[in-house]
Design a protein around this ligand. Structure first.
Ligand code: AMP
Ligand code: ZN
Ligand code: FE
Ligand code: FE
Length: 298
């Protein structure tokens, strides 16, 4: 069974290919009823996405994706849902994170250029990165530059050959800071793709995942992305069971960025048995905690 929802999407306000409006239209064309825009460190696209959703009849949940680190877990991603995206504290923090991302993007390009020089190859053009990445700068933007130059043929190869070896860590919040920031904007904090917890996307052992999941629980995280692109039924059942045990919400998202990528909009997996009320329960949780979603923020 496939669900008409996708609660993890990126637009060109971070490292996705499409504008928020284009993304909503594509979601409509794909038959989706409820989506969430979850750009990295940015809520800049939400107003446009919500308006586009109203125009074409798709429910758009405001969201964000933050990067956190804790001990050896260098790339924990936290989704925030139903937040008041106009909250000043949230916007101040995100602006600072994006400034750091822009500087870090240029540092990564400089590192890659040193490597290219050693290989007798022409460097990447930093001006092109600025052109390409107008919102929240991420490594996928640099991956596109590498592909355009012919130094890699697809994103995974660009990461393996250049972006993982030349990575520069970006400023990350602690789990406590990230969760508090989302709560300050009256959002619901959810651990994204629980198998990916480091910047190198090392596959974590089940024990390490559990350690982190439990730690995040102590910090006030409220949900877990139990359904994610590529997850099989036994993984999904495992996270759903954990969620049940700890009274956590579950969410479902593809992490779609662009048509050419491996991940397709709204495709959460085939032949899966998924709970049908995921989006509904997320909305209910919001209501229980904060009351009706304030129309004034829309
Ligand atoms: P950043 O936030 O700039 O560190 O970029 C992280 C994003 O890059 C992730 O959200 C993924 O979309 C992508 N990414 C990270 N690691 C890899 C990898 N090993 N292969 C392909 N894409 C990756
Ligand atoms: Zn991304
Ligand atoms: Fe992520
Ligand atoms: Fe994502």
């Amino acid at each position: 069974m496939s669900l008409p929802i996708d609660l993890h999407l990126h637009s060109h306000c971070s490292d996705g290919a499409y504008s928020p409006r284009e993304l909503v239209r594509k979601a409509k064309a794909a038959g989706l009823k409820t989506i969430a825009l979850t750009d990295h460190d940015s809520v800049e696209g939400i107003t446009e996405a919500v308006a586009a959703g109203k125009e074409c009849g798709v429910e758009v949940i405001p969201g964000v994706e933050l990067s956190l680190n804790y001990e050896e877990y260098s790339g924990i991603h936290l989704l925030g849902y139903y937040l008041n995206w106009r909250n000043p504290l949230l916007n101040e923090a995100l602006t600072e994170l994006r400034q750091v991302r822009a500087q870090r993007g240029e540092m990564i390009v400089e590192k890659i250029n040193l490597l290219l020089k050693q290989q007798g190859k022409l460097p990447l053009d930093i001006a092109k990165l600025r052109e390409k990445a107008k919102g929240s700068v991420g490594r996928p933007h640099i991956s596109q530059l590498l592909i355009e130059k012919g130094y890699a043929t697809y994103q995974q190869e660009a990461f393996d050959r250049f972006l993982v070896p030349c990575n520069v860590p970006k400023k990350k919040l602690s789990p406590h800071e990230g969760i508090e920031l989302i709560k300050a904007a009256k959002g619901i904090a959810v651990l994204a793709h629980p198998t990916i917890l480091t910047d190198e996307r090392r596959e974590e052992s089940a024990a390490d995942q559990l350690e982190l999941i439990h730690y995040m629980l102590t910090q006030g995280r409220e949900g877990i992305e139990a359904v994610y692109s590529g997850y099989n039924q036994s993984q999904i059942d495992y996270y759903c069971e954990l969620a049940r045990k700890h009274n956590l919400l579950i969410t479902a998202g593809s992490d779609f960025h662009r048509q050419e990528g491996r991940i397709k909009l709204g495709q959460l997996g085939t032949g899966l048995n998924l709970p049908g009320d995921i989006a509904q329960r997320l909305g209910e949780r919001y209501k229980e905690k904060y009351g009706d979603y304030p129309i004034t923020v829309i």
